[in-house]
Write a protein that binds this ligand. Structure first.
Ligand code: FAD
Length: 347
């Protein structure tokens, strides 16, 4: 059997594996991707939103100042590389729940580091038909969504054209681990990097993942909006429909939408939008979330030829481009690993 030497075998081509492969390609590092191309993956079910101001308390998301100024540029570059279109920059309108929320934002706007993420503040309803925003709301910028299935297909075509893609399940038992290299089928690699997302049964990593199931629905209704609306649920305008999500459940980790999830989504949708709607699609996925909501990145403690790039939780879109670059810097010895994401913190 003819052996092909590569520096890296990347296992998995969701958001994580895609960005890692692209980063390696750009730096001329020899790699190959091995991916089971199945429908039930986190990336294929995700809403794809990137949003610098999140949570009930509407605070800047972790590392927002570092990630967001370059994020859209990174996706635009990937669109150019792959000749596809999947980035949809669009503001996010977040109705205020209380007068305190409103006052709070008056204060936060004095602070430059928040101001850059705010497009405008509405102190009266914005005028979106049947949307409950009696107290107005905040319009967030540097936000939008990525059509992840389109992006994954574009990256996969790019990898196939370069001859760097294998569509198969990676079988751990066929891996021969040496001190300086790993042999897998006809490949010899300096390292294997696992980007397998949630619910992986990889025997080499026993990590405190906290996977979270989420439901999403598509609806048709009379509402017209030029922004994502986000209060309790998000409503992403997509031509003739809105994508509405999502739920968070640590139980019943399945890719089948659950009635309880759909019900909870509809209850929250009703609080935001009082118009008529029809559900035209339902889906669910499991997010690869972690014990401290930070990714697991780095090298195995015992097997130095194995690495991991996983645990992007609810924020794969905004975290993976930056951390792919960072991890490749680390692998090339150009940088020390960011301790907050270092997998060594849990092993
Ligand atoms: C309902 C829902 C809504 C979400 N909304 C958002 C959002 O709005 N914004 C956001 O940023 N994030 C969102 N996310 C989270 C986001 O989807 C994840 O952070 C991201 O997709 C994780 O990507 P990944 O590449 O790590 O995993 P995955 O997408 O699961 O990819 C893993 C890949 O590895 C392959 N694989 C696994 N094991 C093997 C093996 N042994 N051999 C070969 N291949 C293998 C799988 O088939 C898959 O292709 C959402 C997730 C869900 C479920």
């Amino acid at each position: 059997m003819r052996i092909t030497k590569v520096d890296y075998i990347i296992v998995g081509q969701g958001l994580a594996g895609s960005w890692l492969a692209i980063e390696m390609a750009r730096r001329g590092i020899p790699y190959v991707v091995i991916n089971e191309d199945k429908a039930a993956t986190s990336s294929k079910k995700a809403a794809g939103i990137y949003n610098p101001i999140t949570g009930r308390k509407m605070v800047k998301t972790w590392r927002a100042d570092l990630l967001f100024p370059k994020l859209e540029h990174q996706y635009r570059e990937l669109e150019e590389t792959t000749g596809s279109n999947f980035l949809h920059p669009i503001p996010i309108y977040r109705p205020f729940r209380t007068i305190e929320d409103q006052n709070d934002w008056d204060g936060k706007l004095a602070d430059e580091s928040h101001k850059k993420f705010v497009n405008s503040i509405y102190t009266k309803p914005k005028g979106l038909s049947n949307v409950r925003d009696d107290l107005g709301g905040i319009m967030i910028n540097q936000s939008g969504y990525v059509d992840i299935p389109v992006m994954l297909e574009a990256v996969q075509n790019y990898l196939v054209n370069k001859g760097h893609y294998n569509s198969e399940v990676f079988d751990y038992e066929r891996m021969e681990i040496d001190t300086d290299f790993v042999t897998y089928n006809n490949y010899r690699a300096k390292r294997v990097i696992f980007c397998e997302g949630s619910l992986s049964d990889n025997p080499f990593w026993d990590l405190p993942f906290k996977p979270v199931r989420g439901e999403i629905i598509d609806i048709v209704c009379d509402l017209k909006s030029d922004c994502i609306i986000n209060q309790g649920v998000f409503m992403i305008p997509k031509g003739d429909r809105f994508t509405v999500g999502s739920t968070y459940d640590h139980q019943n980790l399945t890719f089948e939408p659950q009635e309880v999830g759909i019900k909870s989504l509809e209850e929250r949708l009703r609080k935001l939008y009082s118009g008529k709607y029809e559900i035209i699609d339902k889906r669910a996925g499991v997010r690869p979330a972690t014990h401290d909501r930070k990714p697991y990145i780095g090298i195995h403690q015992k097997f130095k030829t194995l690495g991991i790039f996983n645990g992007f939780g609810t924020k794969g879109v905004s975290l993976t481009p930056h951390f792919a670059k960072h991890f490749v810097d680390v692998l090339q010895g150009k940088s020390e690993i960011d301790e907050e994401v270092n997998v060594q913190r849990v092993i």
